[in-house]
Design a protein around this ligand. Sequence first.
Ligand code: ATP
Ligand code: MG
Length: 251
Amino acid sequence: MIHNDHPRYESLKLRAKVVEAYKNGILADSGMIAHGRGEAFDYLLGEKTSSNAKKAIKASAAALILAKNPVISVNGNTAALVPNEIVTLADELHAKIEINLFHRTHERVSNIEKLLKEAGAKNILGTDQEEKVSIRGLEGPRATTSKDGVYIADVVLVPLEDGDRAEALIKLGKLLITIDLNPLSRTAKTATITIVDNIVRAVPNLIEAVKELSNVDPTTLHQIVKGFNNKKNLQESLQKISKKHTGKVKT
Ligand code: ATP
Ligand code: MG
């Protein structure tokens, strides 16, 4: 039992959720290690949504609204931490949800499918019943994708993605949006838009941004996407980390 006056309360609560998801067959053991890496960066970033993360969230919302065929790719960590929010976001955007696991097993796919269905998802892609296609440049189970989902999508939201897969998706010409607390990861550097924020804050903020921009005209939305510079935004995150601990900096 964690007391809510503990200075690391929020962080410890997330850890407990992640461990529970592992025990319930949602998360792979390596997913817990990936969470630890994210947690370390969240600590360095002050565990709140920065102004540059907000810019990335706005650009992501604009790109997702403009998309003809948006897909949200869900892995074990995403399912463990924000299943309900992913379903709400998909509903707002009329986006498809696809399960994509790096360490794919039949059991985890079906556990995540069940969890997402309980959260209200109607049509889930990437299940084992479905025919799959392989992404060029990747091998093994992690290369598979739904032929009606990521494979044909123009805009893909892939939180906590692996660097190899992110690179392969960019080569396929996707507009790639990721959520990744590590501004130095290959995925963060490869994606078109990287939201450097914890997924538990980023997804609710993304839902709000989509609602706010839903009636904005396409020309303005295009300008928002074009005006976003991922490299610059990642540099701002890194500057925040270094300045935060040596002097005053606006978060
Ligand atoms: P890459 O393959 O892109 O170089 P990596 O090998 O360092 O990255 P992976 O295990 O492939 O890392 O992906 C996990 C990523 O997700 C890490 O960059 C980690 O910082 C990030 N991450 C973990 N937990 C969260 C979270 N709750 N919110 C946002 N990002 C997270
Ligand atoms: Mg990796």
